[in-house]
Write a protein that binds this ligand. Structure first.
Ligand SMILES: NC(=O)c1ccc[n+]([C@@H]2O[C@H](COP(=O)([O-])OP(=O)(O)OC[C@H]3O[C@@H](n4cnc5c(N)ncnc54)[C@H](OP(=O)(O)O)[C@@H]3O)[C@@H](O)[C@H]2O)c1
Length: 260
């Protein structure tokens, strides 16, 4: 290995004039919501592949598993980010100005189920929170980090959605108004964005991660459920295969298309 290459590898993270530059040999992924669940596994698996990982979380300091990943992998940077805080998103984008980001991975999400209440007594403040997190957050992230994605090799903006947002799939069970409508809205926002960004060679993807056994589905234990590890590796495989020819499509973790 040449001295230059060795230095680049060892100095995976370098601070340059107040902005951050990562090693350029490997692709870079920025992931939201990496404190737990699918997000922490996405961070771990991209880190193990040797990618530069910008792992964002509301409170990275209190996310023990995430801290362990960062300790074990020099290619991981932890950043505090609440995706409903637009000033913080802009500040993070300013910090990474000029840094190519191959995959912007909008993973953070909430169901709002605990706060929703029953029809007749719905808690609309909770609805605002779900929409701010699941729909507006990913759109704002895409806006703020577009120059980073455009400057990268892979040029992908990938959003973790849900088949709960698939109108075509909802046939027998009602309820879930806040979460389901937020994912349906996310699908439309990103479908629309995919058309706008296609001329720049940017792929916008929607991936559902399967029915995953984690805090999100607490209390459920069904045979079809998969672990966060299984989900993350399936999602990464789908992202690897996502290219401009598929932009704007809604793909399950299995690689099959999902109905809108
Ligand atoms: N689990 C499933 O079966 C399933 C199925 C379909 C889709 N999904 C989707 O998969 C994604 C990940 O869900 P999960 O299963 O990993 O859920 P989870 O275990 O509940 O984790 C959710 C993650 O999102 C973060 N988050 C919530 N609000 C945030 C905000 N305002 N800013 C930044 N981060 C925020 C949480 O951070 P804190 O620790 O700070 O709360 C946590 O890291 C979500 O988009 C979800 O809708 C999950």
């Amino acid at each position: 290995m040449s001295r230059t290459r060795l230095l680049t590898t060892l100095m995976a993270i370098t601070v340059l004039q107040g902005t951050i530059a990562l090693a350029t040999e490997m692709p870079t992924v920025l992931i939201t919501g990496t404190s737990r669940g699918i997000g922490v596994e996405l961070a771990r698996q991209y880190a193990e592949r040797g990618w530069n990982v910008i792992a964002t979380a509301r409170n990275p300091g209190s996310a023990a598993a995430l801290q362990d990943i960062a300790r074990e992998h020099r290619n991981v940077r932890l950043e505090a980010l609440d995706v409903t805080d637009h000033a913080a998103i802009d500040a993070l984008a300013a910090k990474y100005r000029g840094q190519p980001i191959d995959v912007l991975l909008n993973n953070a999400g909430i169901s709002g189920a605990d706060e929703m209440g029953q029809f007749g007594h719905l808690n609309y403040a909770a609805y605002d929170k779900v929409h701010a997190t699941n729909v507006i957050g990913p759109l704002k992230m895409a806006e703020a980090f577009l120059p980073n994605v455009a400057a990268s090799q892979q040029k992908k903006i990938i959003n973790i959605t849900s088949t709960e947002g698939s109108i075509g799939s909802v046939k027998t069970r009602g309820g879930g108004y806040f979460y389901r409508s937020s994912k349906a809205a996310l699908n439309m926002v990103m479908r629309s964005l995919s058309l706008d960004l296609k001329p720049q060679g940017i792929t916008v993807g929607l991936v559902s991660p399967g029915f995953v056994k984690d805090d999100f589905t607490k209390g459920l234990d069904l045979p079809i459920m998969i672990t966060p590890q299984q989900s993350a590796s399936a999602v990464i495989k789908v992202i690897d295969g996502y290219d401009l020819s598929k932009t704007g499509s809604f793909i399950r973790h299995t690689g099959e298309g999902a109905p809108w």
